[in-house]
Ligand binder design. Structure first.
Ligand code: CTP
Length: 404
């Protein structure tokens, strides 16, 4: 991705992390963006406007009333110019002002006047960040479509350790690339993606699991977010980083995954179930570590609910997409699952085939549809396959909603 010709207004508010705005502006320019900075009066106490002017290559806007020699309504000009507004760092004060509809300086006035997406990167002391008023303000902004990054955790300037650090500049730039590069294929649709392999505990140290890496589901979540969807990724244990602009819910067992998906289902438009779900769990989880005895160990397993089957039964207009990881009779087993689970599309693959399977970065899939048609695909990366899936899902959603 690149930011060539993208116009970024970087709003710098007055916290110690304001000095990092110089790094952000520099990286944005390096990525090809045109950058104009607005500083609040307090920001100018932490870093000089001259620094940001030199690094951004543009004049820095400081006040509504700087230049009376020519007619130019600065806050409106910047608001209209921008492809994206980025408030970094966003202090508790500017968050409160934006959420409260206060526009008493150039920064807040320009944010209020823009119709471009506004991304906030909060940075403040942990207790300030955890303050319910700040959290309520962030929730309100989120509900109004403002994009909010999670601050990092670590050592803060005030000497305490906790959440509240400005996200690393590269993460902010990556988010800006995501927002300015996204399409409208699934704009504002609520999408649930499940990923990874669920685990069922035998005792406090052992579990029964599977080889799913979560890569396919994470690639789908990333691709859906890049298509403009509001994505919730319900993830079984994996080390993969959360894709940009995706809300992640971590789960371990099939029961937890079902609970998470069920709670979001009624209000969503699309569900893509890439997770490899444990079909059985041990009847009893031992409270203490199971000790070795002289003989063999017998486990009694009970059936887990089939999450996707239940969703299919309750379907009320959602697009439901399932996966079938098979080792033989791929198409026949896939078609049977598609029908049984009342799906709109199924992605079948032979996990034993060279270039497919759980661990690698490529996959070989066949798309199956309810009318019996099949669409075999070439070997491709999981990222490429995710894009193909999202394109089909968008088409199915469009067809479904136009029939209503
Ligand atoms: N699935 C689910 N809940 C389960 C099992 C599977 O939601 N308890 C979902 C998977 O996420 C996948 C699809 O159903 O999208 C098919 O999963 P798969 O394991 O291939 O099929 P099963 O229905 O479990 O059948 P089998 O294991 O016998 O092949």
């Amino acid at each position: 991705m690149s930011l060539t010709h993208k116009k970024v207004v970087l709003v710098v508010s007055g916290g110690i992390a304001a000095y990092k705005a110089a790094v952000i502006a520099g990286r944005l320019r390096k990525a090809g963006a045109e950058v104009k900075c607005i500083m609040t009066a307090h920001a100018a106490e932490f870093i000089t406007p001259l620094t940001l002017r030199e690094i951004s290559g543009n004049p820095v806007a400081l006040s509504m009333f700087d230049d009376v020699s020519e007619f130019r309504v600065e806050h409106i000009a910047l608001a209209q110019w921008a492809d994206i507004f980025v408030v970094a760092p966003a202090t508790a004060n500017i968050i409160g002002k934006i959420a409260g509809g206060i526009a008493d300086d150039l920064a807040t006035t320009a944010v209020m006047a823009t119709t471009a997406p506004v991304l906030l990167a909060p940075a403040m002391n942990t207790n300030m960040f955890d303050n319910p008023i700040v959290q309520e303000n962030l929730a309100k902004l989120r509900a109004h479509g403002y994009l909010i990054m999670d601050p990092d955790a670590g050592m803060l300037a005030c000497g305490t350790c906790g959440t509240g650090r400005l996200p690393e500049p590269e993460r902010i730039v990556e988010y800006i690339e995501h927002v300015t590069g996204r399409t409208e294929l699934l704009k504002n649709l609520k999408v649930i993606v499940t990923a990874g392999g669920t685990r069922e505990a035998l005792d406090p140290v052992r579990y029964i699991g599977n080889h799913s890496s979560g890569r396919m589901g994470f690639a789908i979540a990333k691709s859906a977010a890049a298509a403009g969807a509001n994505v919730t990724l319900v993830a079984a244990p994996t080390d993969l980083p959360t894709p940009c602009a995706v809300t992640r819910v971590d789960v371990t067992t099939t029961g937890e995954m079902k609970e998470a998906v069920d709670s979001l289902y009624d209000d969503c438009h699309i569900v893509i179930k890439a997770a490899a779900v444990a079909d059985y769990r041990p009847e009893h989880k031992a409270t203490q570590k199971i000790k070795k005895t002289g003989g063999d160990l017998t486990l009694h397993m009970v059936k887990n609910p089939d999450i996707l089957y239940e969703l299919g039964r309750r379907k009320a207009g959602q697009v439901l997409v399932g996966f079938a990881a098979e080792t033989e009779n791929v198409t026949a087993y896939g078609q049977a699952k598609l029908k049984k689970k009342n799906l709109d599309m199924l992605i079948a693959n032979d996990v034993t085939a060279q270039g497919a399977g759980f661990k690698g970065s490529t996959n070989i899939a066949t798309f199956l549809y309810p009318d019996g048609t099949t669409e075999p695909l070439e070997i491709m990366t999981k990222d490429e396959l995710a894009k193909e899936i999202i394109a089909r899902v968008a088409r199915i959603y469009k067809e479904k909603t136009s029939q209503k």
